[in-house]
Design a protein around this ligand. Structure first.
Ligand code: SF4
Length: 409
């Protein structure tokens, strides 16, 4: 179907900007900071938990101020939401559920770390409608968990999964591959990562009653302890070919166990895809609360201050902690829909994308798509953009090519 609008003259897509139906709440507290972590996190300051709960109320007031907010998905991430004491976790869940309307089949996810899983925490989650848990397992191998500086061991990880599956049913786990190989001369002697070890982790994962896996190759973010230790020669990256072999092993093993890949890093049993993450990838708009939390509302993307203490100070004293804000043009929205939509294994229907944005984006992006098809990164399918298995390995490059496209009229 032809689309006749001109992007340059439009201030919003034809149906208007999508009204968010998802809310993300970032809980910044952690027991300690893991060496690879670059999230907005604060460790050893549980004394700030009450102030955080007040800040959440201030942000909620802004969100619901102008009317009823109806949500399909609600996600508590972090940080570690279960680092809140059980009574504060309950208070957080209740204050949100009292102010927003969750549809009947809403997906309510809470992240948790295995060492925090207790009968009391599970009771709070179940009592307050959490129907999906995302556990920060990362590994089932004790030496690797130590290298990653995690606070749990293999036994605790397995016990937490089993307990959560029995109580809540819908349990996702995070797994990291390509963890650093530690210099044999350093204090930590474990040579903790290899393809064999990773395959044994995958075998362990699929033997458990989980519904979803998110898996990532470890990245060394500037400013983290791992970044400095790698520069000092204390930590070594796994070779690139091993990293690729690990990704392929994970696609094979998880698919073999009925966990279908639906996004670059995400695998799910049928009907257990993360609806919340799909809202991000499909550009449906979302609210966000907490330090470092990024939202997309009414064609504006904004992000809160990353420092939890600055965030608390600003919210409680000024009522807002927005650090950056950007008005998104319809052209940029189209580029983002394409770039982030492509993360999903099914790819994107370019005709539908054209209709959503109200101009012929497919025509403007044609030369890039052709180049990617010729390079074997996108499948050769008319009116459709979809990564090939090779394209999955170079998804960041494809995403960047699309995001860097110039505006066209
Ligand atoms: S538990 Fe998670 S959020 Fe907290 S420091 Fe470790 S990696 Fe970061």
């Amino acid at each position: 179907m032809a689309v006749e609008g001109t992007a340059a003259s439009m201030s919003s897509p034809p149906g208007g900007w999508p009204k968010p139906r998802s809310l993300y709440v970032h809980v910044p507290f952690c027991r300690h900071r893991c060496g690879y972590c670059n999230f907005s996190v604060i460790a050893g300051r549980d004394d700030l938990q009450d102030r955080f709960l007040k800040a959440v109320e201030v942000e909620l007031d802004r969100i619901v101020g102008s009317g009823t907010v109806e949500l399909d998905t609600l996600y508590f991430g972090g940080g570690t939401p279960t680092q809140l004491s059980p009574d504060r976790l309950e208070q957080l869940l209740q204050v949100i559920r009292q102010r927003v309307h969750l549809v009947d089949n809403a997906e309510v996810t809470c992240e948790a770390n295995p060492e925090d899983v207790s009968d009391e925490t599970i009771d709070v989650l179940v009592r307050n409608g959490v129907n999906r848990v995302s556990l920060g397992v990362q590994s089932f191998h004790d030496a690797k968990l130590q290298v990653l500086q995690r606070g749990h061991n293999r036994e605790q990880a397995i016990a937490a999964i089993e307990q959560m599956c029995a109580a809540i049913g819908n349990v996702s786990i995070d797994l990291i591959f390509g963890a650093p190989v530690v210099d044999a001369n350093s204090d930590s002697s474990a040579d903790s990562e290899s393809l064999d070890l990773w395959q044994s982790e995958l075998a362990m994962a699929v033997s458990l009653p989980i519904t979803h896996v998110s898996t990532y190759s470890l990245t060394y973010e500037k400013g983290t302890q791992f970044w400095s230790r790698r520069r000092a020669g204390e930590l070594h990256e796994v070779p690139e070919d091993t990293d690729i072999a690990m990704y392929r092993a994970c696609r094979r093993s998880l698919a073999g166990a009925g966990l279908e890949q639906y996004e670059i890093s995400s695998f799910a049993k049928p009907s257990f895809r993360s609806r919340h993450n799909q809202a991000y990838w499909n550009g449906y708009g979302w609210y966000a609360i907490g330090p470092g939390a990024a939202r997309f509302e009414g064609g504006v993307r904004s992000v809160n201050h990353r420092s939890p203490t600055t965030y608390l100070k600003q919210i409680l004293e000024q009522g807002t902690a927005v650090a950056e804000s950007e008005v998104i043009s319809v052209q940029q929205h189209a580029r983002e829909l394409a770039a982030f939509g492509l993360r999903q294994i099914d790819g994107i229907d370019l005709t539908t994308l054209n209709q959503r944005v109200g101009f012929d984006f497919a025509a403007g992006v044609q030369s890039v798509i052709k180049e990617m098809r010729d390079s074997g990164l996108l499948v050769d399918r008319a009116d459709w953009a979809q990564l090939t298995p090779r394209g999955l390995l170079l998804a960041d490059f494809v995403e960047m090519k699309i995001l860097e496209l110039d505006d066209f009229s």
